[in-house]
Design a protein around this ligand. Structure first.
Ligand code: CDP
Length: 224
């Protein structure tokens, strides 16, 4: 059987999509593209420029204007790649709690999604790509040959994010993380444009109680 040309991975916050997507892309020799980076970058730029996050018109204009680049890692500080906004390194700033708290509002704006989705389609439709997000299998690349919907219980996802933040030296309370994830999922799932949902032809992998390698093995088997 031929390998899938385009792999889409969607799912709720902190379900392990990036970890799985990155490993799968490495294994197949494909490009890994994490679309969450783009929404985080727009949110970072909006806060940086002091924009009112309720101002949809201003945020949309910003999303259309800024240049987001993802490049090979320039530093060995645990990053998998560099994220640049108009040339400025924002790899770690876009992972801050303040971005987590505001990204779902920004990513719900129709104009923001349009600007980001166009770029994602241009990159994804070339093929040999693993693209990760919320709406990849449903909206961005509905033609994907393999669609995975990666889930895990909210408590398991909060526990993983808690450990991730602790390892990065930015600890936050478990309760706050859990509350933040639930809020983000709620907004992402109920927005009007491209809400988070499983594509009809997606295969669900529930990663509760599974190690990273076990999840990878399940996904790898689906590529055969
Ligand atoms: O890593 P984590 O699952 O916490 O989040 P992410 O994948 O970096 O996505 C951050 C936020 O961007 C999500 O909560 C969504 O609001 C938004 N997003 C989206 O709307 N559509 C995508 N394709 C990817 C992310």
């Amino acid at each position: 059987m031929t390998l899938p040309r385009i792999i889409a991975i969607d799912g709720p916050a902190a379900s392990g999509k990036s970890t799985l997507g990155c490993k799968l892309a490495e294994y197949l020799g494909y490009l890994f593209f994490d679309t969450g980076i783009m929404y985080r970058a727009v949110t970072w730029a909006a806060i940086q420029q002091g924009l009112n996050l309720d101002d949809e018109t201003a945020i949309t204009a910003l999303a259309e204007r800024i240049q987001i680049d993802v490049l090979p890692p320039s530093l060995g500080d645990g990053r998998d790649y560099d994220v640049l906004v108009d040339g400025e390194d924002v790899t770690w700033p876009i992972r801050k709690v303040e971005i987590d708290a505001n990204v779902s509002q920004v990513s719900a704006y129709r104009g923001v999604r349009l600007a980001m989705t166009q770029q994602q389609r241009r990159i994804g439709s070339r093929g040999k790509v693993v693209m990760v997000g919320r709406d990849i299998g449903t909206v961005v690349l509905p033609e994907a040959d393999l669609k995975i919907f990666l889930t895990a219980s909210a408590s398991e996802r909060a526990r993983r994010r808690y450990e991730e933040l602790l390892a990065r030296g930015e600890p936050e309370s478990y309760e706050q993380i859990l509350e933040g994830l639930r809020r983000r999922d709620q907004i992402d799932s109920n927005r009007e444009v491209a809400p988070l949902r499983k594509a009809e032809d997606a295969i669900t992998i529930d990663s509760d109680g599974l190690t990273i390698d076990q999840v990878f093995e399940k996904a790898r088997a689906l590529t055969e």
